[in-house]
Design a protein around this ligand. Structure first.
Ligand SMILES: [Zn+2]
Length: 299
């Protein structure tokens, strides 16, 4: 078993609560989690809370505002040309912000934990690609990745930046102003007509293009789900990072782990629906907890 460095217990970790007092319970909890990570066999399940420090809002989390618009569904996207045009206009503007987001201390710490062999896998509900941008490998992206565009007709995959350049060229006069955007990369617009926006199609076959993300009403590809379950079922600790586990798409992995007697540790700000299944629930900033865990000696 991994031996914790001496400094860990005495001066390594003193997170202050909002009221300024040091939360000793969190210190103890993080030490326990450090021991579990030291034993290896950890699989990470990450959610929007991990990316908030990168400027991507978590509309379900404690600091996120409620989603203002109805989420795009696969059915609406594919069947309603007007809704699709408006979606692309908003998404295109949102991309100007999301495309510039950079991994934060939490992403970097996860990548460091993976490099030192402490993680057996990373499963994410996020579509921002920031785990990989931080250096993580073999990430199972449950809901896809906004940085890719896929053709619904021929299946061709192209980089989002390429699509963005094409949309810029096709819409020289489009001067929408994004006032907010959410974790799906979907911007809110004020005072701008979206109906003049021109959408572009697949250069190979003329087919309909769509961000390579799973929409509401769309199922996660079966092989992706199977891979995630495989990782979860074979791990010693399922480590949930920054997810309120509101949607079943993520919560089902916690349920499966709990059913199998696999311990579940959750680091999350605010309320989480995983609480009944958690062996350890740490309500503390990921940007503080994760770097400390990653600074532990190599396994
Ligand atoms: Zn195509």
């Amino acid at each position: 078993m991994h031996e914790l460095p001496r400094s860990w217990a005495c001066d390594g970790f003193r997170p202050a609560r909002d009221d300024g007092f040091v939360d000793l319970q969190v210190v103890e909890q993080v030490a326990t989690l450090g021991e579990w990570i030291g034993e290896g066999g950890v699989v990470v399940l990450s959610g929007a809370g991990l990316s908030t420090d990168s400027g991507i809002p978590d509309y379900r989390g404690p600091s996120g505002s409620a989603r203002r618009s109805t989420p795009m569904t696969y059915q609406t996207f594919t069947r309603d040309p007007i809704a699709r045009r408006r979606y692309w206009a908003r998404s295109h503007l949102g991309w100007h912000t999301i495309g510039q987001a950079r991994p934060n201390e939490g992403h970097l710490a996860v990548a460091r934990l993976q490099r030192r062999g402490a993680l057996d896998g990373i499963v994410t509900q996020n579509v921002d690609g920031l785990h990989q941008a931080a250096g993580a490998r073999d990430v199972v992206e449950l809901h896809g990745n906004l940085t890719r565009i896929t053709c619904l007709a021929c299946g061709a995959s192209t980089p989002r930046d390429h699509m963005a350049a094409r949309l810029d060229a096709a819409n020289p006069a489009f001067a929408g102003v994004a006032v907010a955007f959410n974790a799906d990369g979907d911007a809110e617009l004020a005072g701008t007509s979206l109906d003049g926006f021109t959408v572009v199609d697949c250069l190979d076959c003329g087919g309909m293009l769509k961000p390579d993300v799973v929409y509401f009403g769309e199922t996660v590809p079966a092989d992706r789900v199977a891979r995630a379950f495989e990782l979860v079922e074979s791990c010693r600790t399922l480590l949930v990072l920054g997810s309120s586990l509101t949607v079943m798409s993520g919560r089902r992995f916690v349920l499966r782990a709990a059913k199998r007697g696999i311990r579940v540790a959750i680091v999350n700000r605010g309320v989480t629906r995983g609480e009944p299944y958690a062996s350890l629930l740490i309500d503390a900033p990921l940007g503080i907890v994760l770097p400390h865990l990653a600074d532990l000696s190599p396994v």
